[in-house]
Design a protein around this ligand. Sequence first.
Ligand SMILES: C[S@@+](CC[C@H](N)C(=O)[O-])C[C@H]1O[C@@H](n2cnc3c(N)ncnc32)[C@H](O)[C@@H]1O
Length: 284
Amino acid sequence: MKSIVNYVMKKSGLRLDMYRESFLRRRLELRMRTLGFRNLSEYFCYLRSNEGEIAELINAIAINVTEFMRDVTPFRFFMEKILPEISEKRVLRFWSAGCAYGEEAYSIAICSLEATECNFTVYATDIDDECLKRALMGIYSESQLRNLSEEMKRKYFERIGNKLKVKDFVKKHVRFRKHDLTSQEPVTRFLDAIFCRNVLIYFTEEQKTKVIRDFYEALVDGGYLIVGKSETIPKLGFDCISLSEKIYKRKPRHPDCPTDDRCNSEQMRGTSRLSGWGGGQKKR
Ligand SMILES: C[S@@+](CC[C@H](N)C(=O)[O-])C[C@H]1O[C@@H](n2cnc3c(N)ncnc32)[C@H](O)[C@@H]1O
């Protein structure tokens, strides 16, 4: 397994060594069985002689299960408690990290349209190209929207045959881009809330800690971090606001703590220099 991990890392740059070993083994074995190989050595030979298989394997590792307002209650908390609290600001900034097909990002946008009159942007990222392509289209089957009321469906979606398409006035708030959470490359800063739900669960403790540190840097003081219901995080610089909803709030930086070097870099001073965002408004 180690040889496969090293090979994929070398070829793709994805830090597979930062994923939990048991998780990786399950995904690799599933891919191996799907292709009809009896063991990982046979699969490794195939992987080396088929360029396209690396992308297929990465897709198999990225489990994309999701839906609108997944688990419902964290989104209710966001709408009823967090948004009213932060709505005195003129512009709000959110990040859906590991957004899969976009349901989470559009859910954040819908909650914001329901609960605040502020202008806002939802930045949404994933490592999976296929997910991002579909997220940009914003077309979903009815079952993905089972947590939304009929009124919400009417208000925020248009029907196209038996599918539902996110209306343009919602889409214009959401911007998609490819991003690997193991890369530690900055996405944006001065965020009011980060949703990173059902992604950290795949990572080693070391990688989780790195990602939480990056989130700390990306949030404003008092900004919120919302993780998946079954996930735990090292509480580095965060207070737990709701244990049941897994909602955390960034503590202010201690005055004695020197600013992280990355915060001083050009790249970290906002998004204006970062390109590659799809969707959303063209100019802001
Ligand atoms: C189970 S889905 C979660 C989707 C959504 N956040 C939710 O809770 O419904 C996990 C997503 O994490 C993405 N992912 C996995 N590893 C990643 C990484 N290193 N960087 C960014 N996204 C990653 C996968 O591609 C997948 O779309």
